[in-house]
Design a protein around this ligand. Structure first.
Ligand SMILES: [Zn+2]
Length: 468
């Protein structure tokens, strides 16, 4: 079976190949940098990361553009309140976002672009829309007239034909009931930053940013446009209206949307006290890879219930995989190959690949890995494993980790460095030789307190870091 995705536009699962050659042209809506991104945002970004990695593992190259929205209603409100320039204010949260991405092992898009670097492009796009009668002006702002785009609603599958002509909305985010002509360009309000442009002073609306940057870097028709389900309406619907009015061509062939994240079964909100940023969670001692695993483990089209128990099981699952890897790397296996076990790893690999091909079914892919780990562990227990089987198993584990990226432990703040662990382990071995068991035990306890677990095996001492 080939790679296929559920397309929000057609409401069908469709086979995916890029339109043009081997390169996937993809746009994803990036963060609005007015605050630290929360774990719900990172659910979507983790989905995009898995998507990127799986497209590449499928043999494609990536031309992926992501925007940083560094001007919008919330940013202006906060920056003005803090007496900071937009640039200074957004630089803080852009840095924080990139740092969080690095911790979660999220690959950077090939092209990362800031909205404020593209004001001229936005102005010229608005002028072209004005020239073909898709807009009108009111009080210094420019609005997109949705009645001028009869297909409006085709992504969210809503009928907006009964909308009152000329009714307008000025905010960037609104509900379906408020589907109105939306602002492409907003006239400045007292005390707000503004750009002086040929269409007058003001600033762009949020929706035009993405259309302009996608068209500029990726051409008229994208292969994939992705984001969270909350962006389907109005943001992506408006992107389609603007882009297709500009080009007369379909804006994106595939639209992929990640479902919401709940926390302990409830909608995440500051007022409920269940609102988490990545920092909140790492400060509680959760390893970023356990968070990544939790976010990646539920297929992106299912809503994800983020719980403390889930984080604990993720840490346990990662431990299991690391133990398995350590066992493969350090175990002594007889030369040769057990054919049955070679077939077993092939079956696991097939299960893994087929699951991800099936609209990124990460849960099934993980199941294929863990069933294999269970079988391989018992084959090692009973001495059936041979050196080639161990090598094959490590290759498969490597393929798994190219996508899930959880095997390498993150160094947490205050972690003891490897070299220091090695020194203490050597000192302990020396102490044991001198029959100074008190000192040997003291070192073990000290390392344990610092998150290092020692295992005495017949092949010597192994150590690993405790995952959180
Ligand atoms: Zn966007």
């Amino acid at each position: 079976m080939s790679l296929r995705f559920y397309n929000t536009l057609t409401q069908k699962v469709e086979d995916f190949t890029p339109a043009d050659g081997n390169t996937v042209r993809m746009y994803t809506c990036g963060p609005t940098v007015y605050d630290n991104a929360h774990i719900g945002n990172f659910r979507t970004f983790t989905f995009v990361d898995i998507l990127r990695r799986w497209l590449r593992a499928s043999g494609y190259e990536l031309a992926h553009v992501m925007n940083i929205t560094d001007v919008d209603d919330k940013i202006i409100r906060n920056a003005v309140a803090r007496h900071q320039s937009l640039e200074d204010y957004t630089a803080i949260y852009t840095q924080a976002f990139l740092e969080d991405c690095r911790k979660l092992r999220l690959e950077q898009a090939e092209t990362l672009v800031k909205a404020t670097s593209h004001i001229d492009d936005m102005v010229s796009a608005i002028q072209r829309l004005e020239a073909c009668d898709h807009t009108y002006r009111s009080d210094g702002s420019v609005y997109f007239r949705i009645a001028s785009f009869p297909q409006y609603g085709k992504l969210s599958h809503m009928d907006f034909s009964g909308n009152i002509a000329g009714a307008r909305v000025d905010v960037d985010e609104y509900e379906k009931a408020d589907a109105r002509d939306f602002a492409l360009w907003k006239a400045p309000k007292e005390g707000e930053p503004a750009w002086e442009t040929p269409i007058g002073p003001g600033r762009p609306g949020w929706h035009i940013e993405c259309s302009v940057m996608a068209l500029r870097y990726l051409g008229e028709t994208l292969d994939i446009h992705a984001g969270g389900v909350d962006l389907i309406f109005p943001h992506h619907e408006n992107e389609i209206a603007q882009s297709e009015s500009l080009t007369g061509r379909p804006f994106s062939r595939f639209w992929l949307h990640a479902e919401f994240l709940m926390v302990e079964g409830q909608k995440m909100s500051k007022s409920l006290g269940n609102f988490y940023t990545l920092r909140d969670l790492t400060e509680k001692g959760h390893a970023p890879e356990a968070i990544r695993y939790t976010l990646a483990s539920v297929p992106y089209r299912k809503s994800l219930n983020f719980t403390q128990d889930g984080l604990k099981s993720a840490a346990t699952a990662i431990d299991r995989l690391r133990n398995f890897k350590l066992r493969l790397e350090t175990g002594k296996f007889a030369e040769g190959r057990n054919d049955q076990l070679s077939e077993r790893v092939d079956t696991a690999r097939r299960g893994f690949r087929e699951s991800l091909d099936d609209d990124l079914n990460t849960a099934e892919a993980l199941a294929a890995v863990f069933e294999y780990v269970r079988d391989a562990n018992s084959a090692m227990d009973s001495g059936e494993f041979r050196s080639e089987n161990a090598a094959n198993a490590l290759t498969f584990l490597g393929e798994f980790d190219e996508i899930f990226k959880v095997l390498e432990p993150s160094s947490m703040d205050g972690d003891i460095p490897d070299s220091e662990v090695d020194e203490l382990v050597a000192e302990r071995t020396a102490a044991k030789k001198k029959r100074d068991f008190a000192r040997a035990d003291q070192i073990r306890q000290e390392l344990l307190a610092r998150g290092i677990i020692l295992e005495d095996t017949k092949d010597g001492v192994r150590w690993k870091r405790k995952s959180s």
